[in-house]
Design a protein around this ligand. Structure first.
Ligand code: HEC
Ligand code: HEC
Length: 301
Protein backbone atom coordinates (compact mmCIF):
# COMPACT_ATOMS: atom_id res chain seq x y z
CA UNK A 1 0.00 0.00 0.00
CA UNK A 2 2.72 2.41 1.05
CA UNK A 3 4.72 1.50 -2.02
CA UNK A 4 1.73 2.20 -4.17
CA UNK A 5 1.22 5.60 -2.63
CA UNK A 6 4.86 6.42 -3.17
CA UNK A 7 4.62 5.35 -6.81
CA UNK A 8 1.52 7.47 -7.26
CA UNK A 9 3.21 10.45 -5.65
CA UNK A 10 6.22 9.87 -7.85
CA UNK A 11 4.10 9.69 -11.00
CA UNK A 12 2.29 12.82 -9.92
CA UNK A 13 5.55 14.71 -9.49
CA UNK A 14 6.75 13.51 -12.89
CA UNK A 15 3.48 14.60 -14.44
CA UNK A 16 3.72 17.98 -12.75
CA UNK A 17 7.32 18.51 -13.82
CA UNK A 18 6.36 17.35 -17.29
CA UNK A 19 3.75 20.06 -17.54
CA UNK A 20 6.33 22.63 -16.49
CA UNK A 21 8.88 21.43 -19.00
CA UNK A 22 9.51 23.31 -22.19
CA UNK A 23 11.10 21.96 -25.30
CA UNK A 24 13.06 23.64 -27.99
CA UNK A 25 12.80 21.16 -30.84
CA UNK A 26 9.29 22.07 -31.90
CA UNK A 27 7.06 25.01 -31.11
CA UNK A 28 4.14 22.57 -31.34
CA UNK A 29 5.04 21.06 -28.00
CA UNK A 30 5.81 24.15 -25.95
CA UNK A 31 2.83 25.00 -23.88
CA UNK A 32 1.02 23.40 -22.23
CA UNK A 33 3.43 20.51 -22.49
CA UNK A 34 1.99 17.00 -22.41
CA UNK A 35 2.28 14.74 -19.38
CA UNK A 36 5.64 13.37 -20.26
CA UNK A 37 5.96 9.84 -19.05
CA UNK A 38 8.84 7.88 -20.59
CA UNK A 39 6.43 6.07 -22.94
CA UNK A 40 4.83 9.35 -24.00
CA UNK A 41 8.29 10.72 -24.80
CA UNK A 42 8.87 7.70 -27.00
CA UNK A 43 5.48 8.17 -28.64
CA UNK A 44 6.28 11.80 -29.33
CA UNK A 45 9.49 10.68 -31.01
CA UNK A 46 7.49 8.29 -33.23
CA UNK A 47 4.98 11.05 -34.00
CA UNK A 48 7.77 13.34 -35.21
CA UNK A 49 9.68 10.61 -37.04
CA UNK A 50 6.59 9.48 -38.97
CA UNK A 51 5.99 13.05 -40.17
CA UNK A 52 2.57 13.26 -38.64
CA UNK A 53 3.07 17.03 -38.43
CA UNK A 54 2.96 17.15 -42.21
CA UNK A 55 -0.83 16.80 -41.99
CA UNK A 56 -1.52 17.56 -38.34
CA UNK A 57 -0.93 20.22 -35.74
CA UNK A 58 -1.39 20.01 -32.00
CA UNK A 59 -2.77 23.53 -31.77
CA UNK A 60 -6.03 24.79 -33.19
CA UNK A 61 -4.52 28.15 -34.06
CA UNK A 62 -2.00 26.48 -36.42
CA UNK A 63 -4.64 24.43 -38.23
CA UNK A 64 -5.04 24.84 -41.99
CA UNK A 65 -6.89 22.87 -44.60
CA UNK A 66 -3.88 20.63 -45.07
CA UNK A 67 -3.08 20.32 -41.37
CA UNK A 68 -5.95 19.20 -39.17
CA UNK A 69 -5.70 19.84 -35.47
CA UNK A 70 -5.29 17.19 -32.80
CA UNK A 71 -5.59 19.85 -30.09
CA UNK A 72 -7.06 18.28 -26.94
CA UNK A 73 -7.13 14.85 -28.59
CA UNK A 74 -6.16 13.13 -25.32
CA UNK A 75 -9.13 11.30 -23.85
CA UNK A 76 -11.10 11.32 -27.12
CA UNK A 77 -10.44 7.76 -28.26
CA UNK A 78 -9.77 4.46 -26.56
CA UNK A 79 -6.52 2.57 -27.06
CA UNK A 80 -8.41 -0.15 -28.95
CA UNK A 81 -10.01 2.36 -31.28
CA UNK A 82 -6.68 3.99 -32.10
CA UNK A 83 -5.07 0.62 -32.70
CA UNK A 84 -7.79 -0.30 -35.19
CA UNK A 85 -7.55 3.07 -36.85
CA UNK A 86 -3.84 2.77 -37.48
CA UNK A 87 -3.81 -0.82 -38.77
CA UNK A 88 -6.88 -0.36 -40.96
CA UNK A 89 -7.73 3.36 -41.28
CA UNK A 90 -10.22 2.87 -44.10
CA UNK A 91 -12.49 0.75 -41.96
CA UNK A 92 -13.19 3.65 -39.60
CA UNK A 93 -12.48 6.80 -41.61
CA UNK A 94 -13.61 7.92 -45.06
CA UNK A 95 -10.28 9.65 -45.63
CA UNK A 96 -7.48 7.51 -47.02
CA UNK A 97 -5.27 7.79 -43.94
CA UNK A 98 -1.71 6.40 -44.00
CA UNK A 99 -1.57 3.05 -42.21
CA UNK A 100 0.97 2.34 -39.48
CA UNK A 101 0.63 -1.43 -39.39
CA UNK A 102 4.40 -1.93 -39.35
CA UNK A 103 4.70 -0.21 -36.00
CA UNK A 104 2.85 -3.09 -34.32
CA UNK A 105 5.77 -5.38 -35.15
CA UNK A 106 8.50 -2.95 -34.28
CA UNK A 107 9.96 -3.15 -30.77
CA UNK A 108 10.92 0.15 -29.17
CA UNK A 109 14.60 0.74 -29.77
CA UNK A 110 16.96 0.50 -26.82
CA UNK A 111 19.20 3.23 -28.13
CA UNK A 112 16.28 5.64 -28.58
CA UNK A 113 15.13 4.87 -25.03
CA UNK A 114 18.67 5.56 -23.84
CA UNK A 115 18.71 8.87 -25.68
CA UNK A 116 15.33 9.89 -24.27
CA UNK A 117 16.57 9.04 -20.79
CA UNK A 118 19.77 11.05 -21.22
CA UNK A 119 17.94 14.16 -22.41
CA UNK A 120 15.32 13.98 -19.68
CA UNK A 121 16.07 16.31 -16.77
CA UNK A 122 13.46 14.78 -14.52
CA UNK A 123 15.31 11.54 -13.94
CA UNK A 124 18.68 11.58 -12.15
CA UNK A 125 21.46 9.67 -13.87
CA UNK A 126 21.07 6.73 -11.47
CA UNK A 127 17.32 6.39 -12.21
CA UNK A 128 17.55 4.65 -15.54
CA UNK A 129 15.93 1.55 -14.06
CA UNK A 130 12.93 3.61 -12.93
CA UNK A 131 12.68 5.15 -16.37
CA UNK A 132 12.66 1.70 -17.98
CA UNK A 133 10.20 0.26 -15.47
CA UNK A 134 7.76 3.11 -16.02
CA UNK A 135 8.06 2.76 -19.76
CA UNK A 136 7.45 -0.98 -19.60
CA UNK A 137 4.58 -0.78 -17.09
CA UNK A 138 2.65 1.84 -19.05
CA UNK A 139 3.27 -0.07 -22.26
CA UNK A 140 1.98 -3.31 -20.72
CA UNK A 141 -1.10 -1.56 -19.40
CA UNK A 142 -2.01 -0.01 -22.78
CA UNK A 143 -1.29 -3.31 -24.57
CA UNK A 144 -3.75 -5.02 -22.21
CA UNK A 145 -6.37 -2.39 -22.99
CA UNK A 146 -5.93 -2.91 -26.72
CA UNK A 147 -6.19 -6.68 -26.40
CA UNK A 148 -9.22 -6.53 -24.11
CA UNK A 149 -10.90 -3.67 -25.92
CA UNK A 150 -11.14 -5.14 -29.40
CA UNK A 151 -11.36 -8.42 -31.20
CA UNK A 152 -8.31 -8.97 -33.40
CA UNK A 153 -8.35 -11.47 -36.22
CA UNK A 154 -5.08 -13.30 -36.86
CA UNK A 155 -4.57 -10.93 -39.76
CA UNK A 156 -4.94 -7.87 -37.55
CA UNK A 157 -3.00 -8.96 -34.52
CA UNK A 158 0.76 -9.32 -34.66
CA UNK A 159 0.94 -6.76 -31.90
CA UNK A 160 4.18 -7.51 -30.12
CA UNK A 161 5.05 -6.46 -26.58
CA UNK A 162 6.77 -3.09 -26.22
CA UNK A 163 5.87 -2.11 -29.76
CA UNK A 164 6.25 1.43 -31.07
CA UNK A 165 2.53 1.46 -31.86
CA UNK A 166 1.74 1.41 -28.15
CA UNK A 167 4.06 4.37 -27.53
CA UNK A 168 2.33 6.36 -30.26
CA UNK A 169 -1.06 5.57 -28.72
CA UNK A 170 0.22 6.72 -25.30
CA UNK A 171 1.33 10.00 -26.85
CA UNK A 172 -1.96 10.65 -28.64
CA UNK A 173 -4.02 9.78 -25.59
CA UNK A 174 -2.55 12.61 -23.55
CA UNK A 175 -2.45 15.50 -26.05
CA UNK A 176 -3.83 18.29 -23.85
CA UNK A 177 -6.14 21.18 -24.63
CA UNK A 178 -4.46 24.46 -25.44
CA UNK A 179 -6.21 27.37 -23.69
CA UNK A 180 -7.76 28.31 -27.04
CA UNK A 181 -9.20 24.87 -27.53
CA UNK A 182 -10.46 24.81 -23.96
CA UNK A 183 -12.35 28.03 -24.62
CA UNK A 184 -13.84 26.57 -27.79
CA UNK A 185 -14.93 23.36 -26.06
CA UNK A 186 -16.44 25.32 -23.16
CA UNK A 187 -18.42 27.43 -25.63
CA UNK A 188 -19.63 24.32 -27.48
CA UNK A 189 -20.72 22.83 -24.20
CA UNK A 190 -22.53 26.01 -23.19
CA UNK A 191 -24.40 26.13 -26.49
CA UNK A 192 -25.33 22.48 -26.15
CA UNK A 193 -26.76 23.02 -22.66
CA UNK A 194 -28.64 26.09 -23.86
CA UNK A 195 -30.15 24.10 -26.74
CA UNK A 196 -31.22 21.31 -24.39
CA UNK A 197 -32.82 23.87 -22.07
CA UNK A 198 -34.75 25.52 -24.91
CA UNK A 199 -35.85 22.15 -26.28
CA UNK A 200 -37.15 21.15 -22.88
CA UNK A 201 -39.40 24.18 -22.91
CA UNK A 202 -40.69 23.20 -26.34
CA UNK A 203 -41.30 19.57 -25.37
CA UNK A 204 -43.06 20.61 -22.18
CA UNK A 205 -45.70 22.46 -24.15
CA UNK A 206 -45.65 21.19 -27.74
CA UNK A 207 -48.96 22.57 -29.06
CA UNK A 208 -47.42 25.40 -31.04
CA UNK A 209 -44.69 23.05 -32.28
CA UNK A 210 -47.31 20.70 -33.74
CA UNK A 211 -49.27 23.63 -35.10
CA UNK A 212 -46.36 24.91 -37.13
CA UNK A 213 -45.17 21.47 -38.27
CA UNK A 214 -48.69 20.41 -39.34
CA UNK A 215 -48.81 23.39 -41.64
CA UNK A 216 -45.63 22.34 -43.48
CA UNK A 217 -46.66 20.75 -46.79
CA UNK A 218 -43.87 18.13 -46.69
CA UNK A 219 -43.95 17.32 -43.00
CA UNK A 220 -45.00 13.67 -43.42
CA UNK A 221 -42.54 12.82 -46.19
CA UNK A 222 -39.77 14.55 -44.22
CA UNK A 223 -40.80 12.42 -41.25
CA UNK A 224 -40.60 9.32 -43.44
CA UNK A 225 -37.01 10.15 -44.44
CA UNK A 226 -36.02 10.78 -40.82
CA UNK A 227 -37.67 7.53 -39.77
CA UNK A 228 -35.63 5.63 -42.38
CA UNK A 229 -32.41 7.19 -41.14
CA UNK A 230 -32.94 6.72 -37.42
CA UNK A 231 -35.51 4.09 -36.61
CA UNK A 232 -35.40 1.25 -39.16
CA UNK A 233 -32.62 -0.72 -37.43
CA UNK A 234 -34.94 -1.34 -34.47
CA UNK A 235 -38.49 -0.88 -35.74
CA UNK A 236 -38.11 -2.43 -39.17
CA UNK A 237 -38.35 -1.07 -42.70
CA UNK A 238 -42.09 -0.43 -42.56
CA UNK A 239 -42.28 0.16 -38.81
CA UNK A 240 -43.77 -3.34 -38.49
CA UNK A 241 -41.48 -4.17 -35.57
CA UNK A 242 -38.14 -5.85 -35.03
CA UNK A 243 -36.11 -5.18 -31.85
CA UNK A 244 -38.62 -2.47 -31.02
CA UNK A 245 -42.39 -2.95 -31.28
CA UNK A 246 -44.66 -2.62 -34.30
CA UNK A 247 -45.67 1.03 -34.62
CA UNK A 248 -48.42 0.53 -37.18
CA UNK A 249 -50.84 -1.63 -35.19
CA UNK A 250 -53.23 -0.71 -32.42
CA UNK A 251 -51.50 -2.42 -29.51
CA UNK A 252 -49.17 0.00 -27.80
CA UNK A 253 -46.98 -0.28 -24.73
CA UNK A 254 -47.22 3.44 -24.12
CA UNK A 255 -50.07 5.75 -24.93
CA UNK A 256 -49.91 6.83 -28.54
CA UNK A 257 -51.03 10.41 -28.21
CA UNK A 258 -48.93 12.96 -30.07
CA UNK A 259 -47.40 14.41 -26.94
CA UNK A 260 -46.48 11.04 -25.48
CA UNK A 261 -44.85 9.90 -28.73
CA UNK A 262 -42.95 13.17 -28.97
CA UNK A 263 -41.60 12.71 -25.44
CA UNK A 264 -40.79 9.07 -25.95
CA UNK A 265 -38.82 9.69 -29.14
CA UNK A 266 -37.08 12.73 -27.65
CA UNK A 267 -36.14 11.27 -24.28
CA UNK A 268 -36.37 7.49 -24.75
CA UNK A 269 -38.35 5.04 -22.65
CA UNK A 270 -38.01 4.53 -18.90
CA UNK A 271 -36.62 1.08 -19.61
CA UNK A 272 -33.83 2.64 -21.70
CA UNK A 273 -34.66 0.11 -24.42
CA UNK A 274 -35.85 2.89 -26.66
CA UNK A 275 -32.96 5.39 -26.93
CA UNK A 276 -33.27 9.17 -26.71
CA UNK A 277 -33.09 11.25 -29.89
CA UNK A 278 -33.18 14.79 -28.49
CA UNK A 279 -29.41 15.15 -28.84
CA UNK A 280 -29.39 14.46 -32.59
CA UNK A 281 -32.84 15.49 -33.84
CA UNK A 282 -34.48 18.91 -33.52
CA UNK A 283 -37.95 19.23 -31.99
CA UNK A 284 -39.54 19.98 -35.38
CA UNK A 285 -37.89 16.87 -36.85
CA UNK A 286 -39.24 14.66 -34.09
CA UNK A 287 -42.68 16.21 -34.61
CA UNK A 288 -42.41 15.34 -38.33
CA UNK A 289 -41.68 11.72 -37.40
CA UNK A 290 -44.72 11.69 -35.11
CA UNK A 291 -46.92 12.94 -37.97
CA UNK A 292 -45.44 10.29 -40.25
CA UNK A 293 -46.17 7.54 -37.68
CA UNK A 294 -49.73 8.78 -37.34
CA UNK A 295 -50.14 8.60 -41.10
CA UNK A 296 -49.19 4.91 -41.29
CA UNK A 297 -51.19 3.69 -38.30
CA UNK A 298 -53.84 1.06 -38.97
CA UNK A 299 -56.50 2.95 -37.03
CA UNK A 300 -55.94 5.92 -39.34
CA UNK A 301 -57.15 3.98 -42.37
C1 HEC B 1 -1.38 12.76 -45.68
C2 HEC B 1 -1.89 13.44 -44.52
C3 HEC B 1 -1.85 12.74 -43.18
C4 HEC B 1 -0.78 12.16 -42.55
C5 HEC B 1 0.64 12.00 -43.05
C6 HEC B 1 -1.28 11.76 -41.25
N1 HEC B 1 -2.59 12.07 -41.11
FE1 HEC B 1 -3.75 11.67 -39.48
N2 HEC B 1 -5.36 12.44 -40.45
C7 HEC B 1 -5.35 13.03 -41.68
C8 HEC B 1 -6.69 13.50 -42.01
C9 HEC B 1 -7.11 14.25 -43.27
C10 HEC B 1 -7.51 13.12 -40.92
C11 HEC B 1 -9.00 13.37 -40.78
C12 HEC B 1 -9.16 14.66 -40.05
C13 HEC B 1 -10.59 14.98 -39.71
O1 HEC B 1 -11.48 14.16 -39.90
O2 HEC B 1 -10.77 16.10 -39.20
C14 HEC B 1 -6.64 12.46 -39.97
C15 HEC B 1 -7.08 11.99 -38.74
C16 HEC B 1 -6.23 11.52 -37.75
C17 HEC B 1 -6.65 11.19 -36.41
C18 HEC B 1 -8.05 11.35 -35.85
C19 HEC B 1 -8.87 10.14 -36.09
C20 HEC B 1 -10.19 10.25 -35.39
O3 HEC B 1 -11.22 10.29 -36.09
O4 HEC B 1 -10.23 10.29 -34.14
C21 HEC B 1 -5.52 10.78 -35.74
C22 HEC B 1 -5.44 10.33 -34.31
C23 HEC B 1 -4.42 10.86 -36.66
N3 HEC B 1 -4.89 11.31 -37.87
C24 HEC B 1 -3.12 10.55 -36.32
C25 HEC B 1 -2.08 10.58 -37.21
C26 HEC B 1 -0.72 10.20 -36.87
C27 HEC B 1 -0.28 9.70 -35.52
C28 HEC B 1 0.00 10.38 -37.99
C29 HEC B 1 1.47 10.08 -38.18
C30 HEC B 1 1.83 8.71 -38.12
C31 HEC B 1 -0.87 10.86 -39.02
N4 HEC B 1 -2.13 10.98 -38.52
C32 HEC B 1 -0.46 11.15 -40.29
C33 HEC B 1 -4.25 13.17 -42.51
C34 HEC B 1 -2.99 12.67 -42.26
C1 HEC C 1 -31.98 0.80 -30.43
C2 HEC C 1 -33.27 0.43 -30.89
C3 HEC C 1 -34.31 1.51 -31.13
C4 HEC C 1 -34.20 2.62 -31.93
C5 HEC C 1 -33.00 3.10 -32.74
C6 HEC C 1 -35.49 3.24 -31.91
N1 HEC C 1 -36.33 2.56 -31.09
FE1 HEC C 1 -38.28 3.04 -30.66
N2 HEC C 1 -38.36 1.52 -29.35
C7 HEC C 1 -37.38 0.58 -29.14
C8 HEC C 1 -37.81 -0.34 -28.11
C9 HEC C 1 -37.00 -1.52 -27.59
C10 HEC C 1 -39.09 0.08 -27.69
C11 HEC C 1 -39.92 -0.50 -26.58
C12 HEC C 1 -39.66 0.39 -25.40
C13 HEC C 1 -39.83 -0.20 -24.05
O1 HEC C 1 -40.15 -1.39 -23.95
O2 HEC C 1 -39.60 0.57 -23.09
C14 HEC C 1 -39.39 1.25 -28.51
C15 HEC C 1 -40.59 1.96 -28.41
C16 HEC C 1 -40.98 2.95 -29.30
C17 HEC C 1 -42.28 3.58 -29.31
C18 HEC C 1 -43.45 3.25 -28.41
C19 HEC C 1 -44.15 2.04 -28.95
C20 HEC C 1 -45.26 1.54 -28.04
O3 HEC C 1 -45.72 0.43 -28.32
O4 HEC C 1 -45.63 2.23 -27.10
C21 HEC C 1 -42.26 4.50 -30.32
C22 HEC C 1 -43.38 5.44 -30.74
C23 HEC C 1 -40.95 4.45 -30.91
N3 HEC C 1 -40.19 3.50 -30.27
C24 HEC C 1 -40.53 5.24 -31.96
C25 HEC C 1 -39.24 5.27 -32.44
C26 HEC C 1 -38.77 6.21 -33.43
C27 HEC C 1 -39.66 7.21 -34.16
C28 HEC C 1 -37.46 5.98 -33.61
C29 HEC C 1 -36.48 6.73 -34.49
C30 HEC C 1 -36.43 8.16 -34.29
C31 HEC C 1 -37.07 4.90 -32.72
N4 HEC C 1 -38.18 4.51 -32.04
C32 HEC C 1 -35.81 4.40 -32.62
C33 HEC C 1 -36.16 0.52 -29.77
C34 HEC C 1 -35.65 1.49 -30.60
Amino acid sequence: MRNRLLTLLFLFIIAFLGVQATRTNSAEFDEPAPTRTPLVLYGEYVFLRENCLECHTLRDENATEERTSLDGYGGKRSAGWLYYFFIDPNSVHPFNHPTLKLLTKKTMSESIIEELFQSNQHFASDQEDDFLTQLKDQSDSITQKVKKGIYLSSDQSGLIDQSEMIALIAFLQQIPYTPNRQKYEDEQHRQYEERIRLNELIYANPDSLFQSVTSEPNAISAGNVLFKKNCIPCHGENAQGWIGPNLTDTSWIYDNSRNKMLHLIAYGSETYKMPEHSSKLKPNEIAQIVLFLESIREDEH
